[in-house]
Design a protein around this ligand. Structure first.
Ligand code: 6PG
Length: 249
């Protein structure tokens, strides 16, 4: 059985997973928009979120979203230009942003085109600080964070064994990812753990082994990056398809 504090939604297939996740996202955003003028949301890269973005941009959901209140940020980015096929911004632009009436000034992409990854991370942290205007020592509180899970247990660009997992000060970091032989820009673990709501999206058989780690006990002894996402006051929901959930029933 999965850990009691973790809610899991198991859909029949990828399409139904994306539909159910989109419904959840819309409800979450409309709820917050009824009490706040700005609803900051973190988007993820990856194939599963892509399906959710397409749903959100589709006729069923598009008209229900208060786009002018939604403010889009990213959980991680590759060091590429914003029109590069591997850019997480590009993915969201193609599937969502270019298809919905969100004001362009509500879109805060990670400057992956910067030659120096540390500078790109610092610049993005400043973008976040300008938006949240925190008091000293305060962390940003996103209303909603969307994350994927890699088969190795990574989430955003927080990979197993990386020293960035211990980060306690910076909001944005530029870790070197040995297995990819490249730098990534990523929000740090505390940022995810201060969010009001975090949803993970994972589909396909290749995720079944890692999703198995959600089982009670395994999660309490968290060791994989995705397991370390445990929002202090927020809710955590996993949207899975049957293939990814085959060992957790
Ligand atoms: C990225 C990510 C990454 C992703 C997972 C799962 O840009 O690659 O943000 O953390 O979400 O690797 O990706 P898939 O859904 O494609 O398997």
């Amino acid at each position: 059985m999965p850990d009691k504090k973790i809610k899991t939604v198991i859909a029949d297939d990828l399409e139904s997973l994306c539909e159910q996740a989109a419904e959840f996202v819309v409800r979450c955003i409309t709820d917050r928009a009824s009490v706040e003028s700005r609803v900051p949301v973190v988007l993820s890269g990856g194939t599963t979120p892509k399906g959710v973005y397409e749903q959100l941009a589709g006729e069923n959901f598009k008209r229900r979203v208060p786009w002018n209140r939604m403010h889009l940020f990213w959980g991680d980015e590759r060091l590429v230009s914003p029109d590069h096929p591997e850019s997480n911004y590009f993915l969201a632009y193609e599937t969502l942003i270019s298809r919905v009436p969100i004001p362009r000034e509500n879109v805060y992409r990670i400057p992956g085109e910067k030659a120096d990854p540390e500078k790109a991370a610092d610049e993005y942290e400043q973008t976040l600080r300008d938006f949240f205007r925190p008091s000293r020592g305060e962390w940003p509180v996103f209303d909603l964070v969307l994350l994927g899970i890699g088969a190795d247990g990574h989430t955003a660009s927080l990979f197993p064994g990386s020293s960035v997992l211990q980060e306690k000060k910076r909001w944005v970091a530029a870790p070197y990812v040995e297995k990819l032989k490249s730098y990534r820009i990523t929000l740090t673990m505390p940022v995810f753990n201060y969010a009001r709501q975090v949803i993970f999206l994972a589909a396909g058989e290749e995720k079944a082994q890692v999703v198995k780690e959600l089982q009670a006990g395994n999660h309490t002894r968290a060791r994989l990056p995705f397991q370390l996402v445990q929002p202090h006051d927020g809710r955590l929901v996993f949207f899975l398809d049957k293939a990814a959930a085959r060992f957790i029933g």
